[in-house]
Ligand binder design. Structure first.
Ligand code: HEM
Length: 423
């Protein structure tokens, strides 16, 4: 619940509150929404552009941030369940509140009634991406507008070991950023503000890799991509943001199939989140050749077993001197590779490490987050093949699963999900 705090800017020095300032200037809330970086800082310091300015990702736009955004170092996924009887009106009020909070937090300003406004000033590319689960549309009386894949849900896969404590949810908040303090703070503020409307179902945290510029090449080998906790280069074959290919794979649009494309979701996407526990101990005892055959790529640099560098296309027809495929039939990349050209997804995986048992065995794995226009056509066939035969399954266990429709981006003065909710 929102706390009754008299001065929302309390603790940030003797400055006029933002609403007060906007009122005094006669400016709408949206007008100062973007560009809280250098120009805003410069204006506040009388034009001195040499001052430090927070790094921000734009909140407003055609699509929500946090999807095409270069992966940040930290992530927090929080799933909420709506309180019974909320109805569409209640959801609209919640979205209005979250939209205002997110707009402020992602531009380095405290939320209204923020209990710790001191933590808001360094957002570190903070993004908050909001997803709607099947339950939100049900509570809002909006099921007639659900895309077919959300109405049906994901099918059960043969190697699922799903736990309800990591699965489902009416509403998702995906909070990403390079500053762990800002990510923690934003998640706390949003969940606290949503408290009258919704309760936390689960929360999962992950990390990508240290460093503030996740788009820069890393490593002495000039390797482009981060690694997962198996030590594999993970994320090589992926659509590239800013290309037509990316737009086709990720955003719902006229190219997406009929029942998968309600008009309100155009410019949005789907998020599939799978929590996959990884048995790091048994993996650690396997020799390098077996590890490389399980995925079909070299551990050292992520190059396919058929040679070249990380970005060289695998040769799936190549055979060894005995006539066996160099990239085994049950290797992860061969099975994950599209059979139908439609079967492509944007992967944005994060590792998780939630501590250790008393015998030292880690509670660790992958938060496999993938975005696509139509999960039924794009994700399900890949996951079916992997569930049946992927060698990596020997060391992995899928223990959580959730599916969300991610509405399009927010326009200034609008709210998240406006095209569905009105308001
Ligand atoms: C713990 C679980 C997983 C691990 C450790 C893992 C690891 C990897 C690695 C190392 C690669 C090769 C490099 C790259 O292209 O990124 C890869 C590729 C890929 N993975 Fe996974 N992965 C996991 C789960 C999944 C799941 C659940 C899916 C989808 C259902 C998936 C889909 C893909 C796809 C589509 C590719 C690219 C295939 C291609 O080359 O066309 N992965 N994965």
């Amino acid at each position: 619940m929102r706390r009754p705090v008299a001065d929302p800017d309390d603790g940030r020095g003797p400055q006029l509150s933002r609403r007060g300032l906007l009122g005094a200037l006669g400016v709408g809330v949206g007008a100062l929404a973007t560009g809280a970086g250098a120009p805003a800082a410069a204006a506040a310091t009388g034009g001195d552009t040499s001052v430090w300015a927070p790094t921000t990702e734009s909140f407003f736009g055609e699509h929500q941030a946090g999807i095409a955004t270069a992966p940040q170092a930290q992530i927090r996924f929080v799933a909420l369940d709506l309180r019974p009887g909320l109805g569409r009106e209640g959801i609209v009020r919640l979205m209005r509140l979250l939209t205002d909070d997110i707009e402020r937090l992602t531009t380095g300003r405290a939320a209204l009634a923020d209990p710790t406004p001191q933590l808001a000033g360094d957002p570190g590319r903070l993004t908050v991406t909001v997803g709607f689960g099947h339950g939100l549309l049900a509570v809002g009386g909006l099921l007639a507008q659900a895309p077919s894949w959300l109405a049906d849900g994901l099918p059960a896969f043969s190697n699922d070991h799903l736990l309800s404590r990591w699965s489902g949810g009416d509403l998702l908040l995906q909070v990403g950023g390079d500053n762990p303090m800002a990510v923690s703070h934003a998640a706390q503020v949003l969940v606290t503000d949503a408290d009258t409307f919704a309760s936390v179902r689960w929360a999962q945290s992950g990390f990508h890799r240290a460093g503030s510029d996740a788009s820069a090449p890393i490593g002495p080998s000039g390797q482009l991509t981060g690694r997962n906790l198996f030590g594999q280069v993970d994320g090589t074959v992926n659509p590239v943001a800013g290309t037509d290919d990316f737009d086709q794979v990720v955003w719902v649009g006229s190219h997406t199939g009929g029942a998968a494309t309600p008009a309100w979701l155009v410019g949005g996407t789907a998020l599939v989140l799978r929590r996959i526990a990884m048995d790091l101990r048994t993996w650690g005892s396997v020799d390098r050749t077996a590890k490389e055959e399980a995925v079909g790529r070299r551990l050292s640099d992520g190059a396919p077993l058929t040679g070249g560098g990380e970005l060289t296309a695998p040769d799936y027809d190549a055979v060894d001197s005995l006539g066996f495929p160099v990239i085994p039939a049950t290797s992860h990349i061969r099975l994950a590779h599209p059979v139908d050209p439609k079967e492509r997804i944007l992967r944005r995986p994060y590792s998780y490490d939630d501590g250790m048992a008393s015998d030292g065995s880690p509670d660790a794995g992958l938060l496999f987050a993938a975005y696509m226009a139509d999960p039924q056509a794009q994700f399900v066939p890949i996951q079916r093949r992997l569930a049946e035969a992927d060698l990596l399954n020997l060391w992995t266990r899928t223990i959580g699963s959730a599916l969300f429709a991610v509405p399009p981006g927010v326009q200034q003065g609008g709210i998240i999900g406006q095209s569905l909710l009105g308001g």
